[in-house]
Design a protein around this ligand. Structure first.
Ligand code: HEC
Length: 113
């Protein structure tokens, strides 16, 4: 009688690549968990902007960077600063998409002007 032994006639099949384990760059401070279509305010809060900036509309009281209520930056200035960083402020171009940066910039501008 044959004992159903494993046949050795094929290359072992590796079942990899379906675990959803694609490596993603980790955002500076975990902002990659943002829901799609997050509002500028949500992006501001979850990106850690408020840890460094004061912005009353977001109840943020950080004091590492300039007070945004007083600075009243232009839309272009926010986009540029968030994209490129500057001083001790990190660049968010690796953790926020262009549309997320645009959304957070619209939020800062509309909250301060
Ligand atoms: C680690 C602290 C830190 C974080 C986090 C941070 N900033 Fe800043 N930010 C700064 C500092 C410091 C400056 C001043 C930079 C300089 O003097 O060049 C600054 C400058 C700015 C400016 C001024 C640009 C200008 O025209 O002078 C804006 C607008 C700004 N940040 C928005 C944001 C937003 C929006 C976020 C979140 C996406 C954010 N920042 C996160 C520290 C931070």
């Amino acid at each position: 009688m044959r004992v159903g032994q494993a046949r050795e006639d094929g290359a072992p099949r590796r079942r990899t690549g379906h675990g959803g384990s694609r490596a993603e760059p980790v955002g500076v401070r975990g902002s990659s968990s943002l829901p799609a279509g997050a509002s500028g305010e949500q992006i501001f809060k979850s990106s850690g902007c408020g840890g460094c900036h004061t912005l009353a509309a977001a109840k943020a009281t950080g004091s590492v960077g300039p007070n945004l209520d007083q600075l009243k930056p232009s839309y272009a200035a926010v986009v540029s600063q968030v994209t490129n960083g500057g001083g001790v402020m990190p660049s968010f171009s690796g953790s926020l998409s262009k549309s997320q940066i645009a959304a957070v910039a619209r939020f800062v501008v509309s909250a301060t002007q």
